[in-house]
Design a protein around this ligand. Structure first.
Ligand SMILES: [Zn+2]
Ligand SMILES: [Zn+2]
Length: 288
């Protein structure tokens, strides 16, 4: 694709579907992107590539719209979570699919084991209710704490943590963890281009970038829903300092109302998309 053509490219490289916590099916999302006259989208569901195959089928009926197969992997750092996006990956890669499935099911299994441990302590909460409270989000300790509180088994959410499910609590269960480095390596092995998601407020960002670049990080998400011009500018200069691609996206989930940035609502400079495509082409991930 020539740069002249790219001047007009309208892209959104961070989108969710019902395969994770989005509201639109992969097909609906593709149709919405086509209706919004986007030229390029990336579907990046949390820890799953299930939406890619149906989206690729649907996109066949919308010439002019191009789909980058992607994912958003959740990883753990000492005081929180870091998300790593992967672009142009092979969504049929067995290792990728099985690692993502393990990550997802480990969260459910861990919550279930905590509920069992609580029952062993005489605190019976309904597993179905815990799942209901969690909704479509990834299930965890806050949902168990809420179920305990609802049943009057604790007088506050805080008490649920302090007495039972904090790290040293009698009902605590450790969970499988993936570090950002491991996620980058996994994406590289499945022929994906790893990009650090919404890094705007991450502590020690530069040292994280250096560590991740060593194992194959190619970019960071500088243009993002909710970031002001100043922050986007800072992130873009950080990207150029480390010779990383500055990517961007809306992180669209399809929620109702005006609070969410709309599909394609975050403008990405065309040269950034061009740079990403050049790297993908150099890695033979896409044809010319
Ligand atoms: Zn994220
Ligand atoms: Zn996201």
């Amino acid at each position: 694709m020539s740069i002249e053509k790219l001047i007009k490219v309208k892209a959104d490289l961070h989108l969710h579907t019902t395969a994770s916590d989005g509201k639109l099916t992969p097909e609906e999302l593709v149709r919405k992107a086509a209706a919004a006259s986007l030229d390029m989208i990336a579907i990046t569901d949390h820890d799953t590539v299930e939406a890619i195959a149906p989206a690729l089928r649907e996109i066949g009926t919308h010439p002019g719209l191009r789909l980058i197969p992607g994912v958003e992997v959740s990883t753990d750092v000492p005081h929180g979570e870091v998300h790593v996006l992967g672009y142009f990956l092979d969504h049929n890669d067995r290792e990728l699919v099985s690692n993502l499935a393990k990550l997802k099911s480990s969260r459910v299994v861990r919550a279930e084991r905590m509920v069992e441990k609580l029952a062993g302590l005489g605190l019976k909460v309904d597993w179905g209710r815990v799942r209901e409270i969690a909704g479509e989000g990834s299930i965890g300790r806050p949902h168990i704490a809420e179920a305990l509180y609802e049943k009057g088994l604790v007088t506050s959410i805080r008490e649920a943590f302090d007495k039972y499910i904090s790290r040293d609590g009698p009902a605590y269960v450790e969970r499988d963890k993936m570090t950002p480095e491991e996620a980058v390596e996994l994406l590289v092995r499945s022929r994906g281009l790893p990009v650090l998601a919404h890094p705007g407020y991450l502590p020690d960002l530069e040292s994280l970038l250096i560590r991740l670049q060593r194992v194959g990080l190619v970019g960071l998400e500088a243009y993002y829903d909710g970031y002001d011009r100043r922050l986007m500018g800072q992130l873009a200069s950080l990207a150029s300092k480390y010779n990383l691609v500055a990517t961007g996206g809306s992180d669209f989930h399809g929620f109702q109302g005006d609070e969410e940035t709309q599909l394609g609502g975050v403008p990405i400079p065309p040269e950034c998309i061009h740079k990403l495509l050049v790297i993908a082409r150099q890695s033979s991930l896409v044809g010319s």
